[in-house]
Design a protein around this ligand. Structure first.
Ligand SMILES: CC(=O)N[C@H]1[C@@H](OP(=O)(O)OP(=O)(O)OC/C=C(\C)CC/C=C(\C)CC/C=C(/C)CC/C=C(\C)CC/C=C(/C)CC/C=C(/C)CC/C=C(/C)CC/C=C(\C)CC/C=C(\C)CC/C=C(\C)CCC=C(C)C)O[C@H](CO)[C@@H](O)[C@@H]1O
Ligand SMILES: O=c1ccn([C@@H]2O[C@H](COP(=O)(O)O)[C@@H](O)[C@H]2O)c(=O)[nH]1
Length: 346
């Protein structure tokens, strides 16, 4: 694991000057409202850390080669997208091919949703394959959409990886825990630069990085819930990625309702709304990561206390409905609160 951290750090140091020379930088324009040209090397560096650590040290039963090949293909796609802005169709086609690779090369797919409706175990049969492909594409893009303010995609995935590692270590999947632990170690140097704990050398993960973490999260959720030795229940997976999942589903619904394409980029995600509410980037990061920790804790408590799966699903659906209502009425709520605060001051 220390090799993941060391190699990611080394890759950042080596790629930083190179990225500026070849123009792999994010230049502010339109909805990109950061300062200066920022190197898009976070994803490439995290992948270097993973490749060295898993390639050299992962036991063969973890089949690291398949993960590294599929994740590597996605990182290459992301790097080209960061450089050239690829079409949505091409991106979705490659993501679909990667999902097919997971299903057919590794037999890693959704088969059981657990006793999610309280009527016995729901098995998906042949439907499991298309649903897995949708879940893979959903997870990859959900994390991609969170990458809009410093630290957010990195911290949200860190929350998921920490909880998944905990489940695996505590509940019978110790041999798999190396994967989330390595991801955590590879993310730390990236976060230090992204959050400017290393002054003057800010980097972004780019689409290469955000898609890599989306793929890694769904990979681990499938291992954690669908293997013979599963360490947590499928419904708990929803709580571990609640914020990216809800933000993506809610924004797609809002775009469709407004008659727009659900794939059209904008500045209406939770982090953008938080900024418009007057929070600065760090405050928005803290608020959203805190929310994500609360959702993850609900998942952990539900798992620990073995709260029945239909209850956990209903609670998740209620949280999602609450999230949509809150976002729909956020300006009304804020202006009422501001009016009351002004009235109280008079
Ligand atoms: C476009 C955009 O927004 N851009 C952003 C972005 O800009 P950037 O520049 O980076 O990117 P681009 O603009 O260039 O655009 C890139 C985009 C594209 C290439 C295309 C865009 C693609 C999408 C929008 C993807 C969407 C495609 C889909 C196929 C997703 C649709 C599906 C869903 C929303 C539903 C979810 C699907 C599931 C199958 C559910 C489970 C999913 C998982 C991932 C769970 C994982 C695994 C398990 C083991 C769990 C098992 C599952 C269960 C137990 C649950 C079973 C479910 C049920 C029984 C049903 C009941 C469910 C409920 C009650 C809950 C339902 C609630 C929810 C789903 C929430 O970034 C910029 C910066 O931010 C930004 O500006 C820009 O706008
Ligand atoms: O760590 C980060 C990551 C991203 N941003 C800002 O968000 C946009 C996202 O760009 P996409 O091309 O839509 O992915 C990026 O240009 C930055 O302006 C950030 O500030 N910090």
């Amino acid at each position: 694991m220390s090799s993941a951290l060391g190699c990611c750090l080394l890759a950042i140091i080596l790629l930083y000057p190179l990225s500026q020379r070849v123009g792999l930088v994010d230049i502010p324009r339109g909805r990109k409202q950061h300062q200066g040209a920022v190197p898009l090397i976070g994803g490439l560096s995290v992948f270097c850390g993973l490749a060295v650590a898993l390639g050299l040290f992962a036991p063969s039963e973890l089949e690291p080669i398949y993960y590294l090949l599929l994740a590597g293909a996605l990182v290459i796609l992301g790097a080209f997208d960061d450089y050239l802005d690829l079409s949505v169709k091409l991106r979705l086609a490659v993501q679909l091919a990667i999902g097919l690779g997971m299903v057919f090369a590794l037999d890693l797919h959704l088969n059981s949703l657990g006793n999610i409706f309280g009527l016995g175990e729901v098995t998906l049969g042949p439907l499991g394959i298309p649903i897995t492909l949708i879940a893979v594409i959903a997870a990859i893009n959900a994390f991609n959409m969170t990458d809009g303010i410093d630290g957010l995609a990195g911290m949200l995935s860190l929350v998921s990886f920490v909880v998944i590692a905990g489940f695996m270590l505590l509940w019978g999947q110790q041999e798999y825990a190396l994967l989330p632990l390595t991801l955590i170690c590879a993310l730390l140097p990236y976060l230090a630069f992204n959050l400017q704990l290393v002054p003057g050398k800010k980097i972004f993960m780019g689409d290469a990085g955000s898609m890599l973490i989306g793929l890694s999260v769904i990979w681990l959720l499938l291992i954690g819930t669908q293997s013979e030795t599963a360490s947590f229940r499928p419904v708990t997976a929803l709580w571990l990625i609640a914020i990216p999942l809800m933000d993506m589903a809610a924004i797609m619904l809002r775009r469709i309702r407004k008659g727009q394409s659900p794939f059209q980029a904008d500045r209406e995600h939770l982090h953008h709304i938080s900024l418009r509410l007057g929070l600065n980037s760090r405050e928005a990061l803290t608020l959203i990561v805190a929310l994500s920790c609360i959702f993850a804790c609900i998942g952990v408590i539900g798992e620990y206390l073995m709260v029945p799966e239909p209850v956990m699903l209903l609670l998740f659906a209620a949280a999602f409905a609450g999230y949509i209502l809150l976002l729909q009425n956020v300006w009304r709520i804020v202006s009422t609160l501001r009016r009351r605060a002004a009235g109280a001051r008079k």
